[in-house]
Design a protein around this ligand. Sequence first.
Ligand SMILES: CC(C)(COP(=O)(O)OP(=O)(O)OC[C@H]1O[C@@H](n2cnc3c(N)ncnc32)[C@H](O)[C@@H]1OP(=O)(O)O)[C@@H](O)C(=O)NCCC(=O)NCCS
Length: 139
Amino acid sequence: MDKKKDEGYLEQNNQESSAVLKSKARESEVSLVPGKKENYWHIYYIDNRAGHVVIEKKSKETFPLITVMLNKKNQGKGIGTIAFRRACELSTYQIIYANISKKNIASLVAAERAGFKIVKISRSGQLVLRWRGKSDKNG
Ligand SMILES: CC(C)(COP(=O)(O)OP(=O)(O)OC[C@H]1O[C@@H](n2cnc3c(N)ncnc32)[C@H](O)[C@@H]1OP(=O)(O)O)[C@@H](O)C(=O)NCCC(=O)NCCS
């Protein structure tokens, strides 16, 4: 194998290893870019779109609900945790809910790390989590 091919092989091998290890994203590598819709952000990891986060309030009577969606290759790197937390902080809401199935461990872990607390467990296995903004906690 010549030197160039050798280097290429090593580079490919390193990429594969890091994909397996799923190194964690740094705060500075994740950006939330506002979409056209209010309370909708595209999630970027370094320079690539990794998914989206949206906080929806269906009617005046309902509380805002957050959903984070990452594409497969960007899951498990801590990006979800950052997206949950930053979207809540960027929004104008002081109370935000998340409906998460208890089977969706990654989502539960990410939401809890971002400051959500479980407030209700339904018989069907659906959990309701709530995030409260700083001013709501103080007031
Ligand atoms: C759910 C989702 C947003 C979480 O984001 P993420 O970036 O993948 O999650 P994070 O890496 O921040 O945290 C996940 C944690 O859960 C852990 N985890 C995942 N599955 C687990 C399991 N079965 N048991 C124990 N821990 C588990 C991970 O190891 C990780 O912890 P670590 O950092 O200590 O390794 C993302 O995976 C996603 O978009 N999934 C598909 C769509 C979806 O389900 N969205 C939720 C709707 S609200």
